[in-house]
Design a protein around this ligand. Structure first.
Ligand SMILES: Cc1ncc(COP(=O)(O)O)c(C=O)c1O
Length: 375
């Protein structure tokens, strides 16, 4: 089923034919061994992508369920959580903490910038935090967190690191086996609809041994659906039942993960990095300025400010008539160089039609110069 429109928003992202085909397979019972084998394989592929020997959860839900699952199984009511936020989705952890009686402190970065590591260090020295959340790529600003700086600072204080990878997992390095000084990333959470390139509907969470030990210390958690203890038996043996899995989405996810592993995470990270640089440089030729400083820009996102006088609704509606859907710009998952180059050209055409100057040739040349060729 070919897509009629180019979906260049920060998720859902374009779905390729093989994923649609996988999704269109016959719906089987969730305990059917043929389905269970696919579910098991999807879980194992996730484990391979994140390089974890802990527990992996692939369940119905969106990224927000994944955030909730990560939090309620690690931090108890009354315990302290530190939130490192670079925008709207970082701030969301505050709402979650409030809902579960967790005492949250937040360090918000300046708009478009990363948080100051010294502020994180200072905060961690002032209280004993059970966990720290980091939004790997905040969708509202396009700012990526500097894991190489932040994770060692946090692990030195012994807090758990919970990484929100909703706009990053499968496109930016999230290696749970990597040592960052005195520890590793303990929990990674994401959704199916972003850089994995699968339709929305799945929450994906991975816990390492340290995070699982934190769950063990909590006798009960204020959750039923999100209690990892209800899901561990199913993740080990998907023929068992806890709550009905979205059978067809799991088919799609398994295919999506197959594509991720076939490309390889190193190649995938390089490809996204190149696309991000190329898209932002091309848009800059049109007078569009990225909110994020380039050194802090996420590979998957280009959140931009329009040239003076350009109306967002009018621009997006005109571009949509040409089949390109944008909201900021998301370029992740199974987007291709050809797709993005075409979008750059159509954005220029739309601007010209709306009376703004846009040198399409120059922008397209810039894009091609920086984007890696697709094999
Ligand atoms: C960084 C980040 N975290 C969490 C979420 C929430 O995910 P969902 O909308 O799938 O619940 C989003 C959604 O865009 C996001 O971008």
């Amino acid at each position: 089923m070919p897509n009629e429109e180019m979906l260049l928003i920060p998720g859902p992202t374009p779905v390729v034919d093989s994923i649609y085909d996988a999704m269109a397979q016959e719906t089987r019972g969730h305990t059917d061994p043929r389905f269970a084998a696919i579910y098991k394989s999807a879980i194992e592929k996730t484990r391979e992508m994140l390089k974890t020997d802990g527990e992996v959860f692939v369940i119905s839900g969106s990224g927000t369920i994944a955030m909730e699952m990560a939090l309620v199984n690690t931090v108890a009511a009354g315990e302290r959580l530190l939130i490192i936020s670079q925008g709207f989705f970082g701030d969301r952890f505050q709402h979650l903490a409030k809902a579960f009686g967790i005492q949250a402190d937040i360090i918000q970065s300046e708009w478009g910038k990363q948080v100051d590591p010294a502020a994180v260090e200072e905060k961690l020295a002032s209280h004993s935090y059970k966990a720290v959340t980091i939004t790997h790529a905040d969708t509202s600003t396009g700012v990526a967190a500097d894991l190489d700086t932040l994770v060692p600072i946090i692990k030195k204080q012994g807090a758990l690191v919970i990484l929100d990878g909703v706009c990053a997992t499968a496109a930016m390095e999230e290696d749970m086996s990597k040592s960052y000084g005195e520890g590793k990333i303990d929990v990674v959470l994401t959704g199916s609809q972003k850089a994995i390139g699968v339709p929305p509907g799945l929450a994906v969470v991975a816990f390492n041994g340290t995070a699982l030990a934190a769950r063990e210390q909590m006798e009960q958690v204020p959750a039923y659906y999100c209690d990892i203890y209800n899901w561990i038996p199913i993740m080990h043996d998907p023929q068992k039942y806890f709550a009905t899995p979205p059978v067809n989405l799991i088919y799609a996810y398994d295919e999506g993960m197959k594509l991720v592993l076939a490309e390889g995470m190193d190649n995938r990270c390089k490809r996204h990095e190149a696309y991000g640089k190329a898209v932002r440089a091309a848009l800059a030729e049109y007078g569009m300025k990225a909110i994020a400083e380039e050194k802090a820009a996420a590979a998957t996102l280009s959140c931009i400010l329009y040239p003076e006088g350009m109306d967002d609704a009018e621009f997006r509606a005109s571009l949509a008539k040409k089949g390109v859907i944008v909201a900021g710009a998301g370029h992740m998952g199974n987007t291709t160089e050809n797709m993005l180059e075409k979008a750059i050209v159509l954005i220029g055409e739309t601007m010209n039609e709306l009376g703004f100057e846009a040198d399409i040739q120059k922008a397209a040349d810039k894009f091609r110069e920086l984007a890696l060729p697709v094999a």
